[in-house]
Design a protein around this ligand. Structure first.
Ligand code: NAD
Length: 498
């Protein structure tokens, strides 16, 4: 169900096609009252959902997955229209989103159902259990760059964990959000398990204050801080999936063709508008020239534009162009060299690829999220130095390592201060539903995807059941001096020695 039914009197906004500025549709800006009503409806839906039990929820979610998949082309076209990304990229996004939905549906019960844990020697008279219960209503606020894949990382796992969701999509991609709720409604369930409320930051803020049981935010670190501040007033727990400044490291013995291929996809794909996109490359100095040669040859072959077959499309958010221009200018004015493109590459809608080398580490192109089809390549004496430089940022989302030695790759991965690392590929972790997704620092905290993503949207509950009276019962006002004597003996002779 959506709260986007026409309200001719209230404020509204238009969704535009960034390729040519066409107005795609008008949507209402939901205020606190509409948001509050949506949360109220969600509360009833959450009760209904809980009553479906694990089997029922699995069946509904798999039906939802089939419905999205069978209308995938329709959804991909809508994504393309609202973001400007080529059809192929939009289709890939839908594919990844449904694979997560399927995994969440099929694994929720296994991950969240009651399980027995060891009670330990001291409490051996107890049976001990952990179980996970849904929060109830989860509010989700999404970005525009992957308007299906990213929010579905929240929605799928939150619903599979037993919650109803109220979703506030980005004001740049409201149609996609409305579509996701409408497809749920088309299944004929009696309850609006997913409701989409449209609007801008004010609607997002209203959702933070609407009494949801948990708020999952995906977007920039700056907005994440505002979301946390608003949620702090009611102690509403939050998940923050923020931005990134991810690095890709290339070792001396790496397969340079594979590294160049993946680095180009990571840096330029989706016009660089990927939270875990490649923004910095640290390459071993011995292979720097060879790598830069292979990388730039591939970059020069790209054909950005507004056609559905372009390598990547226009910038979805027009204001991003100024940030990209500032970063490129700053890098060049501080001595960095543009080996592909330059300041003139930053057009009004389309940004042509820019490859910068030897850029000072304190340049904004290295320290701030650029979110454009630009990348910095700097040489390092070895990958230890690469790791050190990769870690010298306020973000901690993902990273990639290209090496001829997988074990060395694993050792380096351990040292990267990020939530996700792929060795000899880019972004593989995002496509594996069993793996948790999220970061640290300005990239946020909490996890979506995988078992951790399911647990993120459930409250752990500890339960004990006494099996027999304890021979040594300390938790009573009538314990005997002899009991404490035994404890003292145990502390000295068991705990103190083992
Ligand atoms: P943004 O922070 O501008 O907006 C995100 C959402 O927050 C939008 O829906 C917006 O309407 C809403 N919002 C704005 N002000 C608000 C407020 N005061 N209270 C509540 N909600 C508010 O981000 P964006 O430009 O839409 O997305 C790009 C950013 O998202 C980049 O930094 C990117 O790296 C990040 N991102 C992160 C991930 C991840 O999983 N870590 C995924 C995709 C994008």
């Amino acid at each position: 169900m959506t709260t986007t039914e026409p309200d001719k009197t209230g404020p509204s906004f238009a969704s535009l096609d960034p390729r040519d500025g066409t107005v795609l549709a008008e949507y209402p800006i939901a205020g606190p009252e509409e948001v509050g009503l949506a949360v109220e409806r969600a509360r009833a839906a959450a009760r209904w959902w809980r009553g479906q039990g694990p089997r029922g929820r699995r069946a509904w979610l798999l039906e939802y997955k089939r419905a999205i998949s069978s209308r995938a082309q329709e959804l991909a076209s809508l994504i393309s229209a609202e973001t400007g990304k080529p059809d192929e990229d939009a289709t890939l996004e839908v594919m990844l989103a449904v694979s997560h939905l399927e995994w969440a549906a099929k694994n929720a019960d296994k991950v969240l159902r009651r399980r027995a844990v060891s009670a330990g020697l001291l409490m051996a008279n107890q049976a001990a259990y952990v179980e996970y219960q849904p929060y109830g209503v989860v509010g989700a606020i999404g970005p525009w760059n992957y308007p299906v894949f990213t929010p579905m990382g929240t929605l799928s796992y939150a619903m599979a964990a037993g919650n109803a969701v109220v979703f506030k999509p980005s004001e740049l991609t409201p149609g996609v959000g409305v579509w996701l709720a409408e497809v749920w409604d088309s299944l004929g369930a009696s309850q609006p398990l997913i409701q989409t409320i449209t609007g801008d930051g004010s609607t997002g803020n209203a959702l933070c204050r609407a009494g949801v049981d948990k708020l999952a935010f995906t977007g920039s670190a700056a907005t994440g801080r505002k979301v946390m501040a608003a949620c702090a007033e009611t102690l509403t727990p939050v998940v923050i999936e923020g931005g990134g400044k991810d690095a890709l490291l290339v070792d001396r013995d790496a397969d340079l063709d594979a590294a160049a291929d993946q680095a180009v996809f990571g840096a330029m794909g989706n016009a660089g508008q990927t939270c875990a996109g490649v923004e910095r490359i640290y390459v071993h100095e011995d292979v720097k020239d060879a790598f830069v040669g292979k990388f730039t040859a591939r970059v020069r072959a790209l054909t950005p534009g507004s056609s559905i077959t372009s390598s990547y499309g226009p910038m979805t958010l027009p204001a991003q162009v100024d940030i990209i221009r500032r970063h490129v200018e700053d890098a060049i004015s501080r001595g960095g060299k543009a080996v592909v493109g330059g300041e003139d590459s930053v057009g009004e809608k389309i940004v042509e690829p820019v490859v910068l080398v030897d850029v000072p580490e304190d340049s904004s192109a290295v320290t701030e999220e650029t979110f454009g089809p630009t990348v910095v390549i700097n040489p390092v004496a070895d990958l230890e130095e690469g790791v050190e430089k990769a870690n010298a940022t306020s973000y901690g989302l993902g990273g990639s390592i290209f090496t001829g030695d997988r074990r060395r790759g694993l050792a380096l991965a351990e040292k990267l201060d990020v939530g996700m690392v792929s060795i000899n590929s880019f972004l593989a972790f995002a496509g594996i539903p069993a793996l948790p997704f999220g970061g640290s620092g300005d990239s946020g905290f909490g996890r979506i995807h995988g078992a951790d993503g399911l647990r993120e949207f459930a409250r752990p509950k500890a339960i004990t059941a006494q099996k027999f009276s304890a021979p040594l019962n300390l938790m009573t006002m009538t314990r005997k001096p002899r009991d404490i004597k035994i404890v003292k003996w145990m502390l000295a002779n068991v705990q103190g020695k083992l």
